[in-house]
Structure formats: C-alpha cells, structure tokens
Design a protein around this ligand. Structure first.
Ligand code: CCH
Length: 287
C-alpha cells in the first residue's frame, strides 16, 4: 500500500575506505604488539583464510570466513591467528554491514599498504558461511617440508612457480613464534616493512641449521638472529624457484608489481564475483 521499500544499505568506495581508515588507525594505536605492529599477523590471517582453496572442488578460500569456527580455528596452522581475528572485532562492531570474509581480506590489504607495500586492488563480494563449510586440516603448507610439498599445496590453489615465489616474499614481514608454530624468529631485520629483503637474504646470507631443542630451522651464520624455514629454503634449493628469487632480489619494483598481482589472485580464490563487481584502490593513511 505505497509503503516504502525497505532501504538496503549499498556500501560504496567511501564506506570501504572508512573501514580501511579504521584498521589503519588501530594499527598505529596498537604498536605494543610483537615487533610494533599487528600488520604481519593480519596478513597471515588473510592468507590462511584464502589458502585453503582447492581448485578441483571449488571448496575453501576467503569466501566464508569459516576460520571463526572449530575445527578450522583449531587447525595447527592457524595457531595465533586469534590475535588477528580479535583485533578486527571492534572494526566489525563499528561497521556491521561488512562480512567477516571481506573484513579479513581488507585487513590484509590495509596492512600491506600501511607497511609500505604496493597498492593491493580490492574487490568486496564475500559472504560469510557456517561451520559446515570448514575445510579439512592439511590444506595449508607444512613448514618442515621442501619444494615438492610446496608445489603440491600451491598448485592445488592454481598457482605457478613464479607466483609461488612472489607470494613467499610476504615472509619479509613478521616472525615465527614458538607458542604458535614451534619455530622462532623473524626472516628480516625490518619485519614491519614490506621489501624484497627476504629474497636478498635468502641469496646473500649463509644459512646453517640452528642448534636448539625446537623444530629444524635455519639461522643466518653472521648474526644468528634471522631464520629460514625448511620450506623457505625450497626456493633456493630448486633451480626453477631460484631463478625467480634472483629476479626479485635484484629489483624491488618488479617484486612489488608481481606481489600485488598474485596476492589479489590469492585473496579472490573461490569468491563468486559478478560482472558488476567494482575494484577499489584505497588511499594510504599518509596520502
Ligand atoms: Fe607464512 N609462515 N608460510 N606465508 N607467514 C609463518 C608466518 C607468516 C609458511 C609457514 C609459516 C606464506 C607462505 C608460507 C606470513 C605470510 C605468508 C609462520 C610462523 C610459519 C611456520 C607462524 C607463527 O609461529 O606465528 C609456509 C610453510 C609457507 C609456504 O610454503 C604466504 C604465501 C604468505 C602471505 C602471502 C606472514 C605475514 C607471517 C608472519 C605472521 C606473524 O604473526 O608475524
């Protein structure tokens, strides 16, 4: 009877930019965490939400945010990501219209840009799903293994060798925590700034087994403060991988360009976009 249609809120670029700004503000405020930033763990949350994708079955991926639920939240690979999920809760409370799945990816995008990485174009469109969509354990990589395992895991998502190496450059950020993975230490000297240092260090430092009680990992011979996982060493043990490591070690711009492209691909695996989906490029907090 002439009653107005209920207004559905259709968020636009400015609304997503407001979410970005809120995350960026919280990143600056909460510099008490780890090496001074929640950025790395937020990137890891976005990656683990996405990296469960299986191209054959179309299951997993960032659409769903099923890591909110056990069993997925309890998978060994996801230990410590509760810190990232909790960090984003006040953002969800302030902007309840955004799905957790879109928010977690926006958290990764914002963190990469705020940690001086390249622009990461973002497309919303993920919807949350219930626990029946949780993926089985074992879809994320096992850090104690080598090139063959790394290929098996990333080929399953649909990546090629060059893309796998480009993604691994994210290990310029953050660190391993004994309470999460058993491993210990950062990969680079500036774990809150994205650079191609991961590749430079892989090639330029001498790596030796660390003598300790923990799982097998490498330390740099010179300072003994940096680390590499066996799965990181895969990238210089394998000739094909190593070619790409050399390319990125030589040129940060080339790394940034390829990293941006491949992380967009990762973040969009399995997301049911329509032709109308818009792509947003966010302004950094200092722009
Ligand atoms: Fe990773 N990663 N990752 N990683 N990762 C860990 C930490 C981070 C592997 C193992 C580990 C990617 C690929 C791989 C980040 C981003 C990416 C840790 C320590 C292990 C173990 C966790 C802890 O103890 O807290 C393995 C194996 C692979 C591939 O073979 C990819 C791809 C990305 C993103 C594109 C980031 C960032 C961290 C730091 C997290 C933090 O809390 O500081």
């Amino acid at each position: 009877y002439g009653a107005a249609e209920p207004k559905v809120f259709k968020p636009e670029f400015k609304d997503y930019q407001a979410v970005y700004n809120e995350i960026a503000k919280l990143l600056q405020e909460h510099d008490e965490y780890d090496d001074g930033s929640y950025g790395p763990v937020l990137v890891r949350l976005a990656w683990h939400a996405s990296g469960t994708y299986d191209k054959e079955s179309g299951t997993g991926g960032s659409n769903g945010a099923t890591m909110r639920f056990a069993p997925e939240s309890q998978h060994g690979a996801n230990a410590g990501l509760i810190n990232a999920r909790n960090f984003l809760e006040p953002v969800k409370a302030k902007f309840p219209w955004i799905s957790y799945s879109d928010l977690w990816i926006l958290g990764g995008v914002c963190s990469i840009q705020e940690m001086m990485g390249p622009k990461i174009p973002y497309r919303p469109g993920r919807a949350d799903r219930d626990m029946s969509s949780c993926t089985p354990d074992g879809r994320l990589p096992d850090a104690s293994q080598g090139p063959r395992h790394v290929r098996d895991i990333f080929y399953r998502m649909g990546f090629n060798d060059q893309e796998i190496v480009a993604l691994a450059g994210a290990h310029a950020l953050g660190r391993c925590h004994t309470q999460n993975s058993g491993f210990d230490g950062p990969w680079t000297f500036s774990p809150t700034v994205l650079t191609n240092d991961y590749y430079k260090l892989l090639l330029g430092s001498k790596w030796q087994w660390r003598k300790w009680d923990g799982p097998k990992q490498y330390e740099d011979k010179e300072t003994k403060t940096l680390m590499m996982l066996p799965a990181d060493m895969a990238f210089i043990e394998d000739k094909e991988f190593k070619k790409t490591v050399e390319k990125y070690a030589a040129d940060n711009d080339v790394f940034f360009k390829d990293f941006s492209a491949v992380i967009v691909k990762l973040f969009e695996l399995g997301v049911p976009y329509t032709e109308k989906s818009e792509t947003f490029v966010f302004k950094n907090s200092d722009e």
